[in-house]
Design a protein around this ligand. Structure first.
Ligand SMILES: [Zn+2]
Ligand SMILES: [Zn+2]
Length: 213
């Protein structure tokens, strides 16, 4: 069965998640933005075998620790979509701008596309391409666990910023309505920042994307 633990990292309290298969204890980390020693401490405490890095998008608070972690443990980097290449290229500039430790550059082992799947142990998650916050943003969805890791696409009561280069508000709203809502009202989502919620609750109460808004 699919399990996960969310650990806020970096000065931006970014919700990095460890995800694993409890049959095999094989694990992936979604969005290792930083605080690698804390993350690896949790991996050890839980007795997991960390084998993959999955990225939703390449903003510094989500991807800043990726290069170092991949190098330290020899891990493959899965995602995001290649639309975020310019954000990866810009990681050193992002580190400086936001006062993060210098980020090592990296090259994803595998770019992701809408409809792809990723696998850890016996658990398979679906990939949806959800551009708008960044052009290469992807989301990881476990139908079995009814959980979606949505990065900065959607938050409890809010949505991702679209004022960055190649951000687009209408594209983001379409991503949410066309690619997240079909996962079902009872699906719990883990946003990149802040508390979890369900798609059903956001469809009722989110001022940006509620039905009828
Ligand atoms: Zn972001
Ligand atoms: Zn973020």
């Amino acid at each position: 069965m699919f399990q996960y633990l969310t650990i806020p990292v970096t000065a931006f309290d970014q919700n990095c998640s460890l995800v694993w298969c409890d049959q095999t204890l094989q694990a992936a980390v979604i969005d290792p933005g930083g605080d690698l020693d804390e993350l690896l401490g949790e991996v050890k405490r839980l007795g997991l075998k960390l084998e993959q890095i999955w990225l939703t998008h390449a903003h510094i608070d989500h991807a800043g620790g990726t290069g170092e972690l991949a190098q330290r443990l020899g891990l493959p980097i899965i995602g995001p979509h290649e639309g975020d290449q310019f954000w990866i290229d810009g990681l050193p500039a992002q580190s400086k701008m936001f006062g993060f430790p210098p980020a090592l550059l990296f090259k994803p082992t595998r770019w992701l596309h809408d409809g792809d799947t990723v696998k850890i142990g016996e658990c398979t998650l679906q990939v949806r391409h959800c551009p708008g916050h960044t052009p290469g943003h992807v989301v990881f969805y476990s139908p079995e666990a009814k959980r979606a890791f949505v990065g900065d696409v959607l938050f409890a009561g809010s949505i991702g910023r679209t004022d960055f280069p190649q951000g687009d508000h209408a594209t983001l709203i379409a991503s949410i309505r066309n690619r997240l809502w079909p996962m079902g009202d009872d699906t719990v989502f883990i946003p990149g920042h802040g508390p979890e919620s369900t798609f059903g609750r956001e469809r009722k109460t989110n001022p940006y994307v509620a039905d009828g808004v």
